[in-house]
Design a protein around this ligand. Structure first.
Ligand code: FES
Length: 341
């Protein structure tokens, strides 16, 4: 096996180097070198690890065309979790140096303290650290995720945290039940309060940009609301009142959740406004009828200006809303997204 040198340049201009064998992908090689690069699915499905390869030869493994189009592939954009080097590589990463974690991935045991269906096909799971070894505190930046391991399988899935860092050792996740999903199957059939799960992380580079005073628009599809809840709850804790418009969309009204919590946050954050979007509503629906991408189109038309756009949800929604924002003149570097599904 040949070893190749990977030189990664972060968005804020730092260089990180490590070696990668040609049968390894770049994210796994980083992990072996105790350099944890932000990633989610590790399977070419979410787009959390899109980078650009400026120099070198590589093969790109199978991936979801919705997160990396053929044009992007021809332009040498890569998914780091699906990039296998054939020579030394120079790659630019989509995140800052602070988002790379140096050290081995921390795993801790947590006990399930709450398990509740909060809407059609949506489950909230609450956990609390079981061991006191690392102290009780849960530390992460709003927008980050952690990986949960299905007991006795070694299978891990990454989910965004919906709460904020705290001293009580509590973690909260919102999970959409997928018909064929392994973790969904575990939640529907095997999970119960009192069980112990292994939790890895935090990881991920999605989060509020501190370098901007622009008003923000948050666009959430389904459980893509989780990282935004974390950000809004943190802003409420800090008493920071940014101007934020949240567009929260689902397919049917029965899939809506946390409406009371959003009302509570609006009371605490006078700069927060919310539009609920339902794609296929009942006749008496009084909110927006359509997708959050369509709602964004209306919002930017009625309120022109410079915005930071944050997107989290299924790839199709993220792509559609990104196109709307670009067409309305929002600069590409002011659009921040996390795809899942
Ligand atoms: S982590 Fe690479 S595409 Fe999801």
């Amino acid at each position: 096996m040949s070893e190749h040198q990977i030189t990664l340049t972060t968005r804020d201009g730092h260089e990180v180097t490590f070696s990668c064998g040609d049968s390894f992908d770049v994210v796994s090689a980083g992990e072996q070198a105790a350099i944890l690069l932000p990633s989610l699915c590790r399977d070419g499905g979410c787009g959390a690890c899109v980078g650009h390869c400026a120099e070198g030869e590589y093969t790109l493994g199978e991936h979801n065309a919705g997160v990396l189009s053929e044009a992007a592939v021809s332009g040498r954009d890569v998914l780091l979790c699906r990039t296998y080097p054939q020579s030394d590589l120079k790659i630019t990463a989509p995140y800052d140096y602070a988002h790379i974690h140096f050290g081995h991935c921390e795993a801790r045991n947590a006990v399930i303290t709450g398990l509740k269906t909060i809407a059609d096909r949506t489950v909230r799971i609450r956990l609390s650290w079981q061991d006191e070894e690392g102290g009780k505190a849960v530390e992460f930046e709003p927008g980050q995720c952690m990986e949960l391991e299905i007991p006795d399988t070694g299978i891990r899935r990454a989910y965004s945290l919906a709460n904020t860092g705290n001293w009580r050792g509590e973690l909260e996740f919102l999970i959409r039940l997928q018909p064929e999903g392994r973790f969904s199957g575990y939640l529907s059939r095997g999970a119960e309060v009192g069980q112990i799960l292994k939790v890895y992380g935090p990881s991920g580079a999605f989060g509020l940009q501190s370098d901007s005073l622009n008003p923000a628009v948050f666009i959430a599809g389904g459980t893509g609301l989780a990282p935004f809840l974390s950000m809004l709850r943190r802003l409420a804790e800090w008493g920071e009142d940014r101007s934020i418009h949240l567009l929260f969309g689902v397919n049917r009204e029965s899939e809506l959740f946390y409406i009371d919590e959003l009302d509570r946050l609006k009371q605490q954050l006078p700069g927060l406004s919310v539009t609920l979007c339902v794609w296929k509503p009942e006749p008496d629906w009084s909110g927006f009828s359509g997708t959050p991408a369509e709602a964004l189109q209306h919002y930017l038309q009625d309120h022109p200006g410079d915005y930071d756009i944050y997107l989290c949800g299924p790839p199709l929604l993220v792509t559609a809303a990104t196109q709307v924002a670009l067409a309305r003149g929002i600069a590409e570097q002011r659009i921040f997204s996390e795809k899942f599904g």
